[in-house]
Design a protein around this ligand. Structure first.
Ligand code: SAH
Length: 464
């Protein structure tokens, strides 16, 4: 090991930065974040750096470096583009036995800056010993995606209860087991879901020995329109910790693959009228599984709150006092529009966008047609394929021009994506001609013409 990682408490300590440019600014920011007092020496110091120095309660010295600048400093940073000067600063600091960092010159450093993931009070530092800082930064980026931004709050929670727990378990092993349970169970879930007060309440109950019997929890998760890359970090994290997954027909197999390997998978998919499981039975199943103490992911295509019946499912959970959280997903309209190169709004073409259900009730779509005919409004129809002839007819009848551009996007965002464009007049014909099938999204409005310039995603390349 070339460098031993240590975490340096700099609160209130004086740090010398030699240099007044961009790099000096970057290092100074970190140093100021750690609560140190800056002393910056350079003939020229940029405005932003000056403000930072003031905020740290430090001093700026507008001249060249001299050895006495080191006086009283616990850490030295050389951040100039003058190599001999940097070497001089390094030699002076080493002479005095003060830790020194020279930017981009590992051989002149006694200490180096790691790449940092800051989830204060939790801090993760990654270093390549100065040999490959880009590699260290890439690893940092991966860690950033694994560890949710609110993770630091868990450490905060632990800090608030540390003494109590220590009093309860004088034995280190017992204490460790206690905290492992806390960090991997429902208490941590509550904290990470932004319910800090509830997490504290549960932790206190656990300490007092009257923790409620383990109840499970339901995560209502939006899986996005198909491309697994469009999942959110939170969706992925919860999918990987759930014991059971209930999923729809719309959830792509590639997404299901990302769930925990040994999780039970239950298909509750719906195919229009032919429901694999009636909605009330799905609701009941969620309640039953959670009551058995299971962590259940209810995985839905797109966003659970957009034509997803997500509301109905969690109403039932709420009625039974079962904890749940909702993870938004990219809805089909956003996903398909982006991957088809059709901006849903545009200053020249559409000032508003409307998401509409095209689902037929009793063989007719009962929609407020008069509100849908403004030429500056983009319409997005979900579940609109069967009713498409009626939809196009009614729009034209109520005054939207038959020439209005329109698009069909089948299996949007996936490698099977197909896009067909036409007008309100010929859209139903395109469906028949190209055997378009579900899931397909319909976009109506001037914005569809932008696709000619903006299409970028290839998909199945069967587009007209
Ligand atoms: N909650 C989902 C919508 C469920 S309704 C969401 O937010 O996206 C189901 C309808 O969504 C389908 O009939 C279809 O119109 C649309 N849809 C969902 N995924 C789609 C996809 N990948 N491509 C095209 N349309 C899609």
């Amino acid at each position: 090991m070339e460098f031993l990682p240590l975490f340096h408490n700099l609160r209130g300590a004086r740090v010398l930065v030699v240099g007044g440019g961009e790099i000096a600014l970057r290092k100074s920011r970190l140093i100021a974040d750690a609560g140190a007092v800056l002393r910056v020496v350079a003939p020229d110091i940029g405005t932003e750096l000056r403000e930072l120095i003031d905020r740290s309660g430090g001093e700026q010295i507008l001249r060249g470096y001299t050895e006495s600048d080191l006086n009283g400093c616990v850490l030295i940073i050389a951040a100039t583009d003058d190599e001999p000067l940097n070497a001089q600063v390094s030699a002076d600091a080493r002479q005095r036995g003060v830790p020194v960092n020279v930017v981009d010159a590992p051989s002149l450093c006694s200490v180096i800056f790691p790449a940092i993931v800051d989830r204060s009070p939790l801090v993760i530092a990654v270093s390549s010993g100065g040999d490959a800082p880009v590699l260290a930064r890439l690893i940092r980026a991966k860690i950033e995606t694994w560890i949710p931004p609110t993770y630091g709050h868990l450490a905060g929670l632990a800090a608030r209860f540390r003494h109590q727990v220590k009093g309860l378990f004088p034995n280190v092993q017992q204490r460790r087991a206690f905290w492992e349970e806390v960090f991997q169970g429902p208490i941590a879930d509550r904290q990470l879901a932004g319910q800090g007060a509830e997490a504290e309440r549960l932790l206190q109950a656990k300490i007092d020995g009257d923790a409620p019997a383990a109840t499970g929890e339901v995560y209502l998760v939006g899986a996005g329109p198909g491309d697994p890359d469009l999942l959110t970090f939170r969706a992925l994290r919860l999918m990987q910790q759930a014991d059971v997954v209930l999923y729809d027909r719309l959830v792509a197999p590639a997404i299901l693959e990302l769930c925990r390997r040994d999780a039970d998978r239950v298909y509750v998919g719906k195919q229009r009228a032919d429901h694999a499981l009636p909605q009330d039975q799905i609701n009941q199943q969620l309640v039953d599984l959670a009551k058995q103490g299971k962590r259940v992911v209810r995985l839905k295509g797109g966003d659970p709150f957009i034509f997803g019946r997500g509301g109905e499912e969690i109403e039932e959970l709420a009625a039974h006092g079962i904890p749940f959280q909702v993870v938004p997903g990219i809805t089909a309209a956003s996903g398909c529009a982006a991957y088809a190169g059709i901006p849903l709004t545009h200053r020249d073409h559409a000032q508003s966008v409307r998401f509409v259900t095209g689902h037929l009730k009793n063989g007719t779509t009962d929609l407020p047609w008069k509100d849908l005919v403004s030429p500056s409004q983009t319409l997005v129809f979900y579940m609109g394929l069967i009713g498409l002839p009626i939809i196009c007819d009614e729009l034209i009848k109520h005054g939207r021009s038959a020439d209005t551009p329109a698009a069909l996007i089948q299996q949007g965002t996936t490698v099977h994506q197909r896009v067909f464009t036409g007008t309100l007049a010929n859209l139903p014909q395109l469906v028949a001609e190209h055997e378009v099938h579900a899931p397909t999204l319909v976009i109506v409005g001037e914005v569809v013409t932008l696709r000619d310039k903006l299409a970028w995603f290839e998909g199945a390349q069967a587009s007209v």
